[in-house]
Write a protein that binds this ligand. Structure first.
Ligand code: PLP
Length: 369
């Protein structure tokens, strides 16, 4: 790996391929794989990642918003792209870029049919989202009859899939709840198929659903975090490789006397002679203030250096009293050994939040070998 000379997020496509193959190995041959690449592929880099996954034969992509889907189309993605949470004002553009909407309410369904009619589409693929217990987005089972009669008013749209989302697939203490969600969704699908007289594709599982509930893989699975190297459990993490390495360097070293303070608001006060390093990465880069005051840490020469004082916008200061290092040395914020999940847990959050929060100011570097 190249030596860092500034803050950089390296993205390892070999690790991505390993994770994709591992997750695929859990599926039956005919189960399709949808790669979730919303939020810049969880803070990595969506277009390179999606193009690589398209070559590896991922069947489908998903993003949250229309703009993210447009960026994928502009980067050359030709496979279908599901937009999980499109807004009504973007429907015309969504159709223009051949993106496929998730419709989760009568407001969105009716508005989409209107947009599709205005654009004179024929059998435009739509996906109907059901709420099976997450209580976030989705129709209910009792809505099915009206959904079908609404869709049957025109042939501008065609229901390509029915789907739902699990609330606690990573939490085995909630197994009863999850099994109930699975049953609810299967019953919704049965009712829909009987009343509509055709069988749309069915999908329910996110990464932890893939790993923990093989009986719920259905026609397609939707994986995000697993592709990026996290399995939401120690056991599953062993089989996956985090694809992102966040590196920076030491800008300056300071020798601190007893009683000196470090950083804004004097949040750190030294009670001995100490050595600190200032690093060019701060809360504007995604290392949020919750990592300050010795919650978070970085790795310098294989040793942990705690973040001391308050995180600044563009910098953090770390304690290097017992670490042999010099200005310009490389610093690891997270990699495949000291992972983003470890760091996230230290500050009371989850891998998802840390990696998606690495801001666009941080340079991305794609590693292909
Ligand atoms: C983000 C998202 C996923 C991906 O979940 P992971 O836990 O990252 O695999 C799947 N489905 C929906 C509806 C999502 O919003």
């Amino acid at each position: 790996m190249p030596q860092a000379n500034e803050t950089v997020l390296e993205i390892d496509l070999k690790a991505l391929k390993h994770n994709f193959n591992h997750l695929k190995s859990k599926l039956k041959n005919n189960t399709k794989f949808l790669a979730v690449v919303k939020a810049f592929a969880y803070g990595n880099e969506a277009s390179e990642i999606a193009n690589y996954l398209e070559k590896l034969d991922a069947d489908y992509f998903a993003v949250a918003y229309v703009n993210e889907g447009i960026a994928l189309r502009q980067s050359g993605i030709t496979k279908p792209i599901l937009v999980l949470h499109p807004q009504v004002n973007g429907f015309k553009t969504l159709i223009e870029y051949n993106l496929e909407p998730s419709l989760y309410s009568f407001r969105t369904l009716e508005a989409f049919i209107n947009s599709a009619s205005a654009e004179k589409t024929n059998n435009y693929p739509i996906h109907i989202k059901f709420n099976s217990g997450l209580n976030r987005l989705g129709f209910l089972e009792k809505d099915i009859e009206t959904i079908i009669s609404t869709i049957n008013t025109s042939d501008t749209v065609e229901v390509k899939s029915l789907f739902s989302h699990l609330a606690a697939s990573e939490d085995l203490d909630e197994k009863t709840f999850t099994l109930n969600q699975i049953n609810t969704f299967k019953s919704i699908a049965d009712t829909f198929e009987k009343q509509a007289g055709f069988k749309p594709m069915l999908h329910l599982c996110n990464t932890s659903g893939i790993l923990n509930y093989p009986e719920a893989h259905l026609d397609m699975v939707r994986s995000g975090i697993g592709l990026y190297g996290f399995g939401n459990s120690e056991k599953e993490n062993k089989n996956l490789i985090p694809i992102g390495t966040l590196k920076t360097i030491i800008s300056q070293i300071h020798h601190i006397e007893k009683g000196d303070s470090v950083g804004y608001n004097r949040a750190f006060k030294s009670n001995s002679v100490q050595k600190t390093a200032t690093l060019p990465i701060g809360h504007a880069d995604g290392i949020r203030r919750q990592y300050g005051n010795e919650k978070g840490y970085v790795i310098i020469n294989n040793m942990k250096a705690a973040i001391i004082g308050n995180v600044c916008m563009d910098m953090i200061m770390v304690d290097i009293t017992n670490i042999d290092c010099t200005e310009g040395d490389e610093v690891i914020v997270f990699d495949s050994h000291t992972t983003a999940e470890d760091l996230a847990i230290a500050a009371n959050t989850i891998s998802y939040e840390l990696i998606t929060g690495i801001s666009q100011r941080v340079k991305r570097c794609i590693l292909t070998s």
